[in-house]
Design a protein around this ligand. Structure first.
Ligand SMILES: Nc1ncnc2c1ncn2[C@@H]1O[C@H](COP(=O)(O)OP(=O)(O)OP(=O)(O)O)[C@@H](O)[C@H]1O
Length: 254
């Protein structure tokens, strides 16, 4: 199996020398779908930001090895990262508003993605159709769209960019259960079409098991478990078992 992401010895520190992430090691194979779970503050979003080269001072990252689809990124500059972001690694954020430029209509933002990967401009319309959005959305500003619609626009961007790895950081948080199901279905279809690997960050094990078969559990800035979703309840790591038990208890009350 070809690794599209291989990272070891990732450490993130803060200006006051606090270690926020430590000993992060992770391999992702082509097209693999992984869930990244853990309690609030365990380091999921920081891990995602580090893997996308998006950490900014006062945070600093160092890493023993970071290979992104054949590019060694250990000493990569911001420029190197800008060149690869979108094409090789693309992130869908919890708050889609922060990923879209507020003062720019959706059309130009989608067309920019087309330009970035040399795709014909019509690809933007096709991508909108694939995520069940009308072409009218092209003329609208992000503030005119609902949260679910903005997430669909980001999935449309991923359809255009066809990244090697997609990181989805709690993409359904704050959405109602029907919209959540729609977004997860659109995400799965996008992955089927593009063959992108997925790192899906969520608190919701039910959603994780819908889109991923392998799960990583984080606790206090490190990965404490890496196993198939179905085996989480037998984990030697208490944090992993607690998550599985909490999810089961929640299911029983529904
Ligand atoms: N810019 C920052 N400066 C200092 N500390 C930070 C910064 N960003 C995050 N942290 C700290 O790093 C730790 C991990 O944060 P992170 O956002 O990765 O958690 P998370 O697991 O994604 O949480 P949640 O599930 O609530 O989104 C937390 O203790 C957080 O306070």
């Amino acid at each position: 199996m070809v690794n599209v992401l291989s990272v070891s010895g990732l450490k993130v520190t803060c200006a006051d020398d606090r270690t926020l992430l430590n000993h992060i090691a992770l391999d992702v194979t082509k097209g693999e779908r992984i869930g990244l779970v853990g309690t609030s503050g365990s380091g999921k979003s920081l891990t995602a930001a580090a893997l996308c080269g998006l950490l900014r001072p006062p945070l600093a990252a160092c890493v023993d090895h970071l290979d992104l689809d054949g590019s060694e990124m250990r000493r990569a500059s911001s420029r190197d990262w800008r060149r690869l972001r979108g094409k090789k690694i693309f992130q869908i954020f919890q708050s889609p508003a922060s990923a879209l430029t507020p003062g720019r209509r959706i059309g130009p933002q989608l067309k920019e993605c087309c330009k970035q990967v040399g795709a014909p401009i019509e690809t933007a319309n096709l991508a909108l159709e694939r995520v069940k959005l009308s072409h009218d959305v092209m003329g609208q500003f992000p503030y005119q769209l609902s949260g679910g619609m903005k997430q669909r626009v980001l999935i449309a961007m991923a359809l255009i960019l066809r990244p090697t790895i997609l990181i989805a950081d709690e993409p359904t948080t704050g959405l109602d259960i029907l919209t959540e199901a729609d977004i997860l279905a659109a995400l799965s279809e996008m992955l089927d079409e593009t063959g992108s690997a997925l790192i899906f960050i969520s608190h919701d094990l039910r959603a994780v098991s819908q889109v991923a078969n392998r799960v990583l559990v984080m606790e206090a800035g490190t990965i404490v478990e890496d196993c198939p979703v179905a085996e989480l309840n037998q984990s030697a790591a208490p944090a992993a078992r607690q998550l599985a038990e909490a999810a089961k208890a929640l299911e029983a009350t529904c």
